[in-house]
Design a protein around this ligand. Structure first.
Ligand code: COA
Length: 187
């Protein structure tokens, strides 16, 4: 079971079967899914969405995780966040998605930052990536706000040409969710 991660305004918690309608409001919107890889593809109805949530729950073995992103004040599900394995490689990809009404409040930055910190401090990996489709300017801005750096263009993953961003363990000075001081060594 994925851990629950609390940030200033958000709660990242495991998806539940009862979240299918809320999840459909996010992933049933082609403006959201058009930017996502096949594992996050658009689905048409609540039942199919329910089955996908079940599949995510079954797949999740840390550090691979899928979270529902809830606002702490209203308990509304505003999006999703994930750490995914870039099979057949060992590399890990961060993902974040928001329902359109939730764009423009910094929720993706807040959730993405928390997930990056979790993966790098608890997942036992030195680096994590984000893969952004050309033209997805909002995702690029979010990746940069999280502190990810542009590595280049790649067609190594998902059989698509994608922009590769990366953040490394040593880029993070302090892990609030780990509550330990970890001095950054930037060489
Ligand atoms: C990518 C996506 C999650 C970005 O959403 P977003 O709302 O633009 O990003 P953030 O949540 O980081 O919010 C940033 C915006 O909120 C504003 N903001 C307000 N309060 C803020 C705060 N406390 N902290 C940071 N930004 C804040 C920023 O100024 C920025 O505004 P701008 O877009 O006018 O420049 C969203 O567009 C989406 O779901 N897209 C489809 C799925 C997708 O592409 N996922 C990524 C695949 S790699």
């Amino acid at each position: 079971m994925n851990p629950t991660i609390e940030t200033e305004r958000l709660l990242l918690r495991p998806w539940r079967d009862t979240d299918a309608s809320d999840a459909l409001a996010i992933y049933g919107d082609e403006e959201v899914t058009r930017w996502l890889t096949p594992a996050m593809a658009w689905v048409p109805d609540v039942q199919t969405r329910h089955d996908v949530l079940r599949k995510w729950q079954d797949q999740d073995v840390a550090p691979v995780s899928h979270w529902a992103v809830e606002r702490r004040d209203t308990r509304e599900i505003v999006g999703g966040a994930a750490v995914l394995r870039l099979a057949p490689w060992e590399d890990l990809e961060l993902g974040w998605q928001l329902a359109r009404p939730a764009w423009g409040h910094g929720y993706a930055t807040e959730a993405g930052d928390a997930v990056a910190r979790w993966a790098l401090h608890r997942g036992g990996v030195q680096e994590v990536f984000a893969l952004v489709s050309p033209g997805n300017d909002r995702a690029v801005a979010t990746a940069r706000r999280i502190g990810m750096e542009w590595i280049g263009e790649t067609d190594q993953y998902h059989q698509q040409k994608l922009e590769l961003y990366r953040i490394r363990h040593d880029d993070l000075a302090y892990c609030e969710i780990c509550e330990t001081e970890e001095p950054a060594d930037r060489g």
